[in-house]
Design a binder for this molecule. Sequence first.
Ligand code: UTP
Length: 478
Amino acid sequence: MDSLEARLRDTGQEHLIDALARLDGPARTRLEAQLNALDLPQVHRLVQQLVHAENALPYADLEPPDVINVPASTAELARDRQARAVGEDLLADDRVAAVLVAGGQGTRLGFDGPKGALPFGAVSGRTLFTHHAAKIDAIRTRYGCGVPWYVMTSPQNDEATRAIFAADDWFGLDPESVRIFVQGTMPAVDRVTGRILLEAPDHIALSPDGHGGLFPALRRHGVLDEMRERGITTMFTFQVDNPLARVARPEFLGHHAGAHAEMSSIVVRKRDPTEPVGIVARSRGTTVLVEYSDLPDEFAQARDTSGDLRFWAGSIAEHAIELSLAERVTEDRAGLPFRKAVKRVPYLDDRGVPVTPETPNAVKFESFIFDALPLARNVVSVEVVRGEEFSPIKNANGNDSPATARRDLNREYGRWLDAAGVTVPRDAAGDPTVDIEIDPRYALDADQLAERIPPGFLIDGPLFLDAARGNGGRTAPT
Ligand code: UTP
C-alpha cells in the first residue's frame, strides 16, 4: 500500500503532511492513526462531487406524491379507525421498535450537551429525553407490549447521553429495554478548498455521519440481528428535537402495514415555501424525499390551480421502516449516498490558530434516513395535523425554537383539555394564558385525558398533569 504521505498527496490533502511534520511522539502517532482510519479516496470523491461541483437537484421530473390525507369524511375516519386497529395489533404483538436518532450536534440551538437533555418543559423543566421516555412507557402500558427503545448517539455525545440515562435511572424504564448505540463519523472539510479541517494539532475535525448513519450503525452494533431475534418487523424512527412526536402512532403504523410498505413517512403541510423541511415527491415512479437545500426555488414556490403549494408535503422525519429494508440497505458496503451539509465547524488555521467561525465554513458529509425511500418496495406517505405532531426545536430563538415548541404544546394540550370539558384560560388570540404540560403517562392523547381528568377540574395557574402524583395528577409548578 502507498505511504500515508502519498495517499494524502493523491487525494488533495497535502496540508495534512505539513500538519504531521509539525508533530512528533504520541501526538504524531495519534494523527497518523486517525488519518490511516479514513477512507481517503472516498473523501476525495465526495469533495469532487459535493464541494467542487454545483448543487444539482438529485431527482428528475418531480411530481407531487400520493398522500393519505388527514381524515375529513366519514369514510376517511372509518379508514383511519381500521388503520389504527392494525397498528395497535402490531404494537400488542411486540413487532415494533422505537428508534430515536439523537446523534446530532445541535449547532443551531447552541445548547451545551446532548439536545435530548434540553430542559424544555414549560412547567416541569423536564428534558426532551424524559418526555420521549414517558411516551414509550405509556405506549407499553396501553398496549401491554415491550416496544424496545433504541437510541442512536454519536461519539460527540455518547458518553454524556449514557451518563444522563444512568443518572435519571433510565427514566423509570427497565434498562434492559433501552439500548444506546453510537453512529459513525466523517471528516469535515473546508467549504471552499475541500481540505480536511484540523480541530487540534493532532486531531482532525470529525462529525457524525448524518442520521442515515443509523443503518450502518444498526448493522455494526448487531441491532438488526437483535431485532430479528426479538421478532421485531418494523422500526418507528423519530428525532430527538420534536417534543410533539407521536411515537409509534398506531394509525400511521396501520397505514404502513396495510399497504405492505417497506418504508413510510409522516408529512405535514409546509408552513411556507421556504420552511426548512424536506418534501416528499415522486420522481419517475419512485417516491423520494428532496432536502430543502436541494429543492430549486421554482419547485418550492410552485402553486396549483387552487393557489396551494404544489409540493406541500413536508417531512417531519418520522418513518416506519421494515427490518427487511434496513437489512438490504446495509448488505452493500456503499450504503446510502452522502450529501453535503454546510455548517459552522471550529478549526485551526494554517498557522495553528484556533478559529471559531461566525458563519458556515465547512462541509460535513452526511447520509440521510430518507434516502432509503427509493430503495423501498412500497412507500406510503401519511399526512398529520402539524399543530398536533410537529414543533421541532432547531434554533435558540425565533421559528422552531424552545419558545415556539412550548407555545405549540400549550395549544395542543389546551385543545385536549377543551375536549375534556375543562375551561382553559385564553387570550384574545385564543392561546392559553397559562403554561400546560401533560405527562404522557397521565394521558397519551385527548381521549385518555377525557377519561382520566376528574370532573370539575379547574385550572388556576401553570399546570403539569403528572401521572406520578396524586391530586388529580396536578403538581404545583416548580
Ligand atoms: P438535524 O439535522 O436538525 O441536526 O438533526 P442537529 O445536529 O440536531 O442540529 P444542527 O443542524 O447541528 O443545528 C435532526 C435529527 O437527526 C439527528 C439529530 O440528533 C436530530 O434528532 N442526527 C442528526 C443524528 O442522529 N445524527 C446526525 O449525524 C445528524
